[in-house]
Design a protein around this ligand. Structure first.
Ligand SMILES: Nc1ncnc2c1ncn2[C@@H]1O[C@H](COP(=O)(O)OP(=O)(O)OP(=O)(O)O)[C@@H](O)[C@H]1O
Ligand SMILES: [Mg+2]
Length: 258
């Protein structure tokens, strides 16, 4: 565990180093147990990075640290001043209309038009005046994305944003994130359980294990990606292996052992 570098989440930008994110010697413990243990991570400006790892390995912990929501850490964390986060549960305030939710927490007195532009970007322009409880799961998720976009982030942090969506809505939401990323050009760190989603969307896929980034691979496939491309299949298989999920475990009829 790194004990030599100490420092809070630094509110300065990592831009000086030409990076969107720089993390060095990062450690975070809960009750004496290190969940993140001397982790190192760089993210380039505009890069789309997906983060995989088994449940409980520390993905959300890392994301919360990058978002500046957890400062009880050791190590160095440089992130852009403009960053935004969207969680699996959209976390909309039920007593505020959708457009007010989008503007929530912004400094000053931002105009409704600002929210409406962001809602337009996620295809939710006609639900601006709705109450959150009247939104479908996919709509609530898009409202949450609009709330992130309105901050014009240089770094967009997404913690399993599509986890609760049905398959079709999920595919639409993935396309939307892809489009928004291409249009906005911000760096994205997407936590997901879905290896296919990671390979579809990301420039680089990380696997977290043992408190560090234990494996990473670039996805040098042209976009939009074709899941039937054999190279896509190879990447997916390798990532599943790294996650400790191999083919025999995934098929209903494992190969008999000799
Ligand atoms: N505030 C906390 N207090 C104590 N332990 C915590 C706290 N937050 C996280 N942990 C522990 O740290 C570990 C990592 O949690 P984390 O939420 O980062 O996992 P994760 O990789 O996001 O898992 P999942 O894929 O299930 O969302 C878990 O063992 C969790 O119990
Ligand atoms: Mg999590």
């Amino acid at each position: 565990m790194a004990t030599d570098v100490h420092g809070p989440v630094t509110p300065v930008t990592a831009k000086a180093e030409g990076l969107a994110v720089r993390v060095e010697g990062l450690s975070r413990s809960f009750d004496g147990r290190a969940v993140i243990d001397d982790l190192r991570l760089d993210v380039q400006p505009g890069e789309f990075v997906a983060l995989l790892g088994r449940s409980g390995c520390g993905k959300s912990t890392l994301l919360r640290i990058l978002a500046g929501l957890d400062r009880d850490i050791e190590g160095t964390v440089l992130v852009p001043r403009r960053k935004a986060v969207a969680f699996q549960a959209p976390r909309l305030m039920p007593w505020k209309r959708v457009w007010r939710n989008v503007l929530l927490g912004l400094p000053g007195r931002p105009e409704r038009a600002l929210a409406e532009r962001a809602l337009d970007e996620v295809g939710l322009e006609n639900r601006s005046n709705a109450w959150p409880k009247t939104l479908s799961g996919g709509e609530a998720q898009r409202a949450s994305l609009a709330r992130a976009l309105v901050r014009e982030p240089d770094l967009l942090l997404l913690d399993e944003p599509f986890g609760a969506l049905d398959a079709l809505t999920r595919i639409k939401a993935q396309r939307l994130v892809d489009e928004l990323w291409q249009r906005r050009g911000c760096a994205v760190l997407l936590v997901t359980h879905d290896v296919e989603e990671a390979v579809l969307l990301a420039d680089r896929v990380l696997v977290m294990d043992g408190g560090v980034i234990a494996y990473e691979t670039r996805v040098d496939l042209e976009r939009p990606r074709d899941i039937t491309d054999p190279r896509f299949g190879e990447l997916r298989a390798e990532l599943l292996r790294r996650l400790g999920v191999d083919r025999t475990e995934r098929t209903a009829h494992p190969q008999p052992t000799a």
